[in-house]
Design a protein around this ligand. Structure first.
Ligand SMILES: *[C@@H]1O[C@H](CO)[C@@H](O)[C@H](O)[C@H]1NC(C)=O
Ligand SMILES: *[C@@H]1O[C@H](CO)[C@@H](O)[C@H](O)[C@H]1NC(C)=O
Ligand SMILES: *[C@@H]1O[C@H](CO)[C@@H](O)[C@H](O)[C@H]1NC(C)=O
Ligand SMILES: *[C@@H]1O[C@H](CO)[C@@H](O)[C@H](O)[C@H]1NC(C)=O
Ligand SMILES: *[C@@H]1O[C@H](CO)[C@@H](O)[C@H](O)[C@H]1NC(C)=O
Ligand SMILES: *[C@@H]1O[C@H](CO)[C@@H](O)[C@H](O)[C@H]1NC(C)=O
Ligand SMILES: *[C@@H]1O[C@H](CO)[C@@H](O)[C@H](O)[C@H]1NC(C)=O
Length: 455
């Protein structure tokens, strides 16, 4: 290549790699152009709108492809944010088709293809995406279709049901929904975090106190069993056989992100000092642990055992959620936004890979492509870059009293299939849809073998 010599010289002289010129986030237009390219590259992984493919899902689950069902739900949320930040509606029809295809017969994001292996966190990610659609007036589906707010309420209601919220460990949600699945005996932070997050957002959106009461209850339970401890650590989970006294596991950035955003909504809803303090401590804890050098980092796996496909997508959610925190709790903006900016700048420096010269990597602190590519890596960079537009005027999320148009249904989800408990599981079902953070961690290194979660 023509550039060989100058490139080496530049690296030697300035410590920079001039191939890192693929993207810029210097101006609003640069951010929009960069986000558009990253989004387009991400969508090359999506085959669901091609003839014969299933709308809504990414290639998978393993071994059929790399991606579990939940990650597609997260991707549609990222693209809804992309649309709201940039105004580019190129993907809106694809997003709507995807979300509506996956609602399932109970209109609660439990489609039969995946229900048998469904975790509360998996369903929760699709529910949070529906909530994002409602909060941003993403174009409403036709009247005869399920509506965004109603879908978020359905997910919430199925999870608040006593079948899911049993009394072991004094409350809380289990990871898995069905008793036959590995992980049913495990109550974990992400399942409860998604429920907390949805409850807090529904409270702010609808003004219905019942949602806030559930969010309080979930918070108190997390603190009570010590999944969230006095030093603002958020541990992965604990087992019902031990009455959740065996709290342990690595700390993951998405747990901090999901609780921080929920706490910001509780502060916005209550305006109480108690929630402000909780929020401020979580913001600090998140930035300290997951943004060393102000650049997003996944300490549980990034420099050590290697991150699983699931873990490779957490940085993007944290960027989007922290940026959203600054809208509902504006006093945090001066702490959060400068960090997100440095991190996003590092993110695009990782986007110089592969044949197209702009594929994004995972380790942003390297400030060059690290050879790791996939949906998660693109989605992380897309979340980080598009969220830089958070402080553009007119982008604040709505509620049902400030212009929100999405129709709700407080009793949505009452036809949920999950209360029938009838479906026999196959091995393929079990391999299915769950976020496999711990199964893979355990089999990869044996590090977490004590958790007794081996498949
Ligand atoms: C599938 O979606 C992509 C956008 O990601 C779009 O460019 C393409 O035209 C769509 N294909 C079909 C067959 O709808
Ligand atoms: C379920 O799987 C079948 C077979 O792959 C597919 O045709 C169908 O669209 C899927 N349904 C959903 C809701 O994903
Ligand atoms: C089980 O844990 C819950 C929550 O920490 C606690 O309230 C309850 O007393 C415990 N039960 C027993 C039998 O230890
Ligand atoms: C907002 O939602 C709440 C709870 O569902 C309802 O009581 C209230 O009437 C709604 N407000 C508006 C303006 O639609
Ligand atoms: C932020 O968190 C760190 C580490 O947990 C702690 O040492 C520090 O005191 C916290 N700062 C504030 C302002 O809360
Ligand atoms: C609640 O959110 C709105 C934006 O939707 C913001 O203007 C307001 O300042 C927030 N309230 C508090 C207490 O931060
Ligand atoms: C508030 O939410 C609860 C829980 O979903 C529901 O039972 C109740 O009907 C809702 N109230 C209103 C006024 O919408």
């Amino acid at each position: 290549m023509l550039l060989t010599l100058p490139r080496l010289a530049a690296v030697a002289l300035f410590g920079i790699d001039i191939a890192n010129a693929a993207f810029s986030v210097a101006t609003v237009d640069d951010i929009k152009r960069t986000a558009a390219d990253i989004a387009w590259d991400m969508m090359q992984y999506y085959k669901g709108n091609l003839t014969g493919q299933t709308p809504g899902i990414l290639p998978g689950p393993p071994p059929a492809g790399d991606y579990y069902w939940w990650e597609a739900g997260a991707m549609w949320g990222t693209l809804i944010d992309y649309w709201r930040f940039t105004g580019d509606d190129s993907y809106n029809d694809v997003i709507t088709q995807a979300l509506l295809w996956q609602v399932g017969p109970g209109q609660d994001f439990m489609p039969p293809n995946v229900t048998a292996s469904l975790g509360n966190d998996d369903q929760g990610f699709w529910g949070m995406t529906a909530m994002t659609a409602a909060e941003n007036n993403f174009p409403d589906p036709p009247d005869d279709q399920p509506q965004w707010l109603g879908l978020a309420q359905a997910v919430f209601n199925t999870q608040a049901h006593p079948d899911r919220h049993d009394t072991t460990c004094g409350g809380g949600l289990r990871w898995q929904i069905f008793s036959i699945n590995n992980g049913y005996d495990y109550k974990n932070s992400i399942a409860n975090g998604c429920f907390f997050n949805l409850g807090a957002r529904l409270a702010r959106y609808t003004g219905n106190q019942t949602y806030a009461d559930w969010a309080e209850k979930t918070w108190d339970w997390m603190r009570g069993v010590g999944l969230m401890d006095d030093d603002w650590n958020i541990h992965d989970g604990a087992h019902v056989q031990k009455n959740c006294t065996d709290v342990a596991g690595a700390q993951f950035s998405y747990n901090f992100g999901v609780f921080t955003l929920g706490a910001a909504h509780m502060y916005n809803y209550t305006e109480s000092q108690v929630w402000k303090d909780r929020l401020d401590n979580l913001v600090n804890a998140t930035l300290v642990r997951f943004f060393p050098e102000k650049i997003a980092y996944e300490p549980a796996c990034e420099d050590t055992m290697g991150c699983t496909t699931d873990m490779l997508s957490f940085k993007g959610y944290v960027h989007r959620w922290l940026s959203f925190v600054t809208q509902v709790a504006p006093h945090t903006a001066s702490t959060i936004l400068p960090v997100l900016k440095v991190s996003a700048e590092a993110a695009i420096q990782s986007c110089t890979g592969e044949a197209n010269g702009r594929t994004c990597g995972f380790n942003w602190r390297k400030k060059k492509y690290d050879g790791s590519h996939g949906v998660g890596q693109q989605m992380n960079a897309l979340g980080a870059v598009s969220a830089l537009l958070i402080d553009q005027p007119g982008k604040a999320p709505v509620t049902n009293s400030t212009g929100g148009t999405s129709k709700g249904n407080p009793s949505a989800g009452s036809n949920s299939e999950d209360f029938m408990h009838s479906k026999p599981l196959t091995t393929a079902d079990r391999a299915g849809a769950g976020i496999v953070t711990f199964f893979l961690a355990a089999s990869a290194l044996g590090t977490f073998a004590w958790m007794g979660l081996g498949k």
